[in-house]
Design a binder for this molecule. Structure first.
Ligand code: B16
Ligand code: MG
Length: 215
């Protein structure tokens, strides 16, 4: 029996990657190098400071901790200027409907995201009330592929890992779900997410039957 669904945020509920990209690219430009959309793929599901390390590696730039923190803060301010303008119509197709379906079927829901801005985003999208537990980058010490974020989510819901299904768009997130002993539905490309139990293009392709068939 599946008792809980755990959702990643960026790439599953909403496409915030495009705003991360604009903000990181701006920083790269200021430092004198380009940051392509292809480079941005490497930042999906990765924490803010780890993302900055990847950006600096691409630019061949070395900075001390204090300088890095200043840059990360500046990037986040820029990113927030987009997030704070988001509207509920930016929710990815099927995401709200599937969260509601979980509710109607007595399946608990949790967010499991690396983002420290997750609460701000869920509030903007008017989705906060559809989650029974929210585990974000402020509550976790270990980044995906470590299973911490999903194990904490299951713990907050009081559900066994074996009765949880995770929805993830990043390879590291799929690995985190499997390491937690949970089933995983990949959202995106079957080539990249080949370790997931099934891969779909979006939550609009999900229903209770497919969920039940996972166990
Ligand atoms: P923040 P997810 C992740 O969200 C993003 O995919 C990743 O690109 C970002 O660096 C990370 O959140 C941290 O975000 O700067 O807002 O704390 O996919 O785990 O929901
Ligand atoms: Mg993601």
């Amino acid at each position: 029996m599946i008792k809980a669904c755990l959702f990643d945020l960026d790439g599953v509920i909403v496409d915030t990657a495009k705003y991360h990209y604009i903000a990181w690219r701006e920083l790269a430009k200021e430092m004198g190098f380009d940051f392509t959309e292809n480079d941005n793929e490497r930042l999906k599901g990765v924490s803010r400071m780890a993302s900055l390390d990847i950006l600096l590696e691409i630019g061949g730039i070395e900075l001390n901790q204090e300088e890095k923190e200043k840059l990360a803060t500046r990037k986040n301010e820029h990113y927030l200027s987009f997030i704070l303008k988001m509207e509920p119509d930016e929710i990815l197709p099927g995401a709200r409907a599937f969260l509601e379906t979980c509710r109607e079927n007595g399946i608990a829901t949790a967010l499991g995201s690396a983002s420290k801005n997750a609460m701000t985003i869920l509030n903007r999208l008017e989705l906060t009330h559809l989650f029974d537990a929210i585990v974000d980058g402020n509550k976790t010490a270990k980044a995906k592929p470590d299973p911490e974020v999903f194990l904490k989510g299951a713990e907050e819901l009081g559900v066994e890992a074996s009765q949880c299904v995770v929805f993830e768009d990043a390879e590291a997130g799929v690995e985190a779900a499997l390491a937690a002993g949970m089933k995983c539905v990949g959202i995106g490309s079957p080539d990249i997410l080949s370790k997931a139990d099934i891969v779909i293009s979006g939550l609009d392709q999900m229903d209770i039957q497919k969920l039940t068939n996972l166990i």
